[in-house]
Design a protein around this ligand. Structure first.
Ligand code: C2O
Length: 591
């Protein structure tokens, strides 16, 4: 029986409850068995017919429309273009996979999952909460037994046939599927994109979770835990050596080979500092730690600064922003991948997950989210249902498609794992760094002072450093004021080619009697883009982004709490960029 017959055999003519989604497990495994026998599956485009079944399976289109649960009824009318409504982003209509685009080369690529169109979707059930937690260790402390298991599991995954959803190839392709335009959001013509918004961390948590569970299944070890690259730890600020053995299953040759023995530089933008001296090395490490500190310090009270801005169903990732952790992680992609366009593998989201190192980076990103949550006593980051009910689909370790909601992945523990925590005192290093800077500055007495003006009302090309004086909404803020609202600097209407990497850094300084010194002041944070697809044409059509950076404590650091204006400097590092404006506002503490 062909798979298409198998599917049609389930079609009858009456309409059961449109929210029921389950087919019996036996028919699922039958489908999969058919698949494994090498039967040609139905292509994404062919599955448009209505289908209603006897045994609880139903019209697939209704299933997919109904995926929003309570929101299902509303989403079924969300048919308009670019329609934004108070509906959480849900899984795409899996029957409508389309060619994706490699952003850099502009080539159309097939990132459609092999068999989505022939599977039904089960609700994800988190593991029982009393079970023993799997402990993910840092790569630099992974022991030889763990490493042997990891390599064997990846080897087995790489040996699976291409039509198996567990195959290494298909697992890696998932990243392209959700980043390079293989799907629109259900019921809309807006591309489904899991980067650049509050979906970034939960989606990648699930992605890594299922990858780990599948690897564990392949080696019959349900407690198998993947390693993470502990890149915020000075002892681990280099590519973990376990990924560097060219004969192993976890090696990938499409990387920057110069970085196999280099020190990680979180300020990287495709230019290396050559062979740093011992003193320079110490400064890079210190700067890395200071950067890590700011990712958390400035965002504790406002999760959108850390996680990325909200996005609802029907909204494109446009006018939105990366959170501080996503921006930071983009640098890891840049630093690891090849240095020439199209930056495969790690430096381009189309191919990034082909390199096993990707999952090491994301292990740490996931751990850093957990670190953030812990610092907030696990107070839920966003209470909006639009976030909590947002959902994704993945293949689980039982070869089933499951729909996973954000609300079920808020802690690693809820998914049955935890991290062996390597605590870093980056705050202390940051203070040391400020002290050193202050001492250095007091030595260089003769600073040239000059005038700068306001940003103006027109967008400006960021082809050289832009320095502007920006008024603050409130001066001399008290401790209570600071608890109630975070002061942030906003860079608006950032336009760049999404299909190309780009970066600029933002510095903050205190004006001296309305003038500015040649010193840029202190780094607040950076905007970092990794090549990805933003529109269906993949033509690199420009879209706008926003960068929001918390500066409350940095203002204290530079002793500028009583200044009515601050000097903001935008320093271009990579790519062609335009910015629309710079302002400072108060963002109320989120509760
Ligand atoms: Cu989906 Cu590291 O990116």
């Amino acid at each position: 029986m062909s798979l298409s017959l198998l599917h049609n055999a389930n079609i009858i003519s009456t309409n059961p409850n449109p929210l029921r989604t389950l087919r019996t497990p036996s028919s699922i495994s039958q489908s999969f068995a058919s698949k494994r026998l090498g039967i040609t599956h139905i292509s994404c485009e062919q599955k448009q017919q209505d289908s209603v079944t006897t045994d609880g399976t139903i019209d697939r289109r209704n299933v997919l429309i109904g995926l929003g649960g309570l929101y299902g009824a509303a989403s079924s009318v969300a048919t308009g273009a670019n329609m934004a409504s108070a509906i959480p982003v849900g899984p795409p209509d899996l029957t409508k996979c389309q060619p994706a685009t490699d952003a850099e080369t502009k080539l159309h690529v097939n990132c459609c999952p092999p068999t989505y169109a022939s599977y039904d979707i089960f609700d994800f059930k988190p593991p029982p909460q009393n079970s023993q937690l799997r402990v993910r260790p840092p790569a630099h402390k992974y022991n030889s037994e763990q490493l042997a298991k990891f390599k064997e599991a990846v080897r087995l995954m790489k040996a699976l046939p291409d039509d198996d959803p567990w195959s290494y190839k298909n697992q890696a392709t998932i990243h392209c599927t959700y980043c390079n335009g293989a799907f629109n959001q259900a019921g809309s013509n807006v591309l489904l994109q899991v980067h650049g918004s509050w979906l970034f961390l939960p989606w990648h948590r699930y992605y890594l979770y299922f990858w780990e569970k599948i690897l564990g299944k392949l080696i019959n070890d349900p407690n198998f835990a993947v390693p993470y690259w502990n890149f915020d730890n000075p002892e681990a600020m280099s590519m973990p050596t376990m990924y560097l053995d060219p004969t192993s299953s976890i090696y990938d040759d499409l990387r920057n080979h110069d970085h196999y023995s280099a020190l990680l530089d979180l300020n990287y933008a495709y230019t290396d500092k050559g062979n740093p001296t011992a003193e320079e090395t110490a400064k890079i490490i210190e700067a890395n730690q200071s950067t890590m500190h700011k990712v958390f310090e400035a965002t504790t009270n406002n999760p959108e600064l850390f996680m990325g801005k909200p996005i609802l169903a029907g909204e494109a990732v446009n006018e939105t922003s990366f959170g501080s952790l996503e921006n930071l992680h983009n640098t890891l992609h840049m630093w690891s991948g090849s240095t020439v366009s199209p930056y495969h593998n790690m430096g381009n989201f189309y191919t990034a997950a082909r390199d096993t190192l990707f999952f090491g980076v994301h292990g740490n990103v996931d751990r850093l989210w957990d670190y953030y949550s812990r610092n907030r006593d696990y107070k839920v980051e966003f209470n909006q249902e639009d976030w909590l009910q947002a959902s994704f689909v993945f293949y689980d370790e039982n070869h089933k498609l499951v729909k996973c909601k954000v609300k079920d992945c808020l802690t690693p523990q809820s998914l049955g794992y935890t991290y062996s925590v390597e605590k870093q005192d980056n705050a202390r290093v940051h203070r040391k760094y400020l002290k050193r800077r202050k001492a250095e500055k007091s030595k260089t007495r003769s600073q040239t002072l000059s005038q700068v003006s306001a940003f103006g009302t027109k967008a400006r090309a960021l082809d050289s450093t832009i320095r502007v004086l920006v008024p603050r909404p409130k001066v001399s803020r008290t401790k209570v004021d600071k608890e109630d609202a975070t002061e942030i600097v906003i860079i608006d209407d950032i336009q760049m080619e999404h299909s190309k990497p780009s970066r600029f850094d933002v510095y903050l300084a205190k004006p001296i009697e309305g003038l500015v010194s040649s010193d840029l002041g202190e780094l607040v944070g950076s905007f970092v883009n990794v090549a990805h697809t933003h529109t269906h044409t993949g033509s690199g059509t420009e879209a706008k982004m926003v960068l929001q950076l918390g500066i409350t404590s940095l203002i204290d650091d530079i002793e500028a709490e009583h200044s009515t204006k601050l000097v903001v400097s935008l320093v271009p590092r990579l790519g062609e960029l335009t910015v629309g404006g710079v302002s400072i506002i108060l963002l109320a503490t989120q509760d």
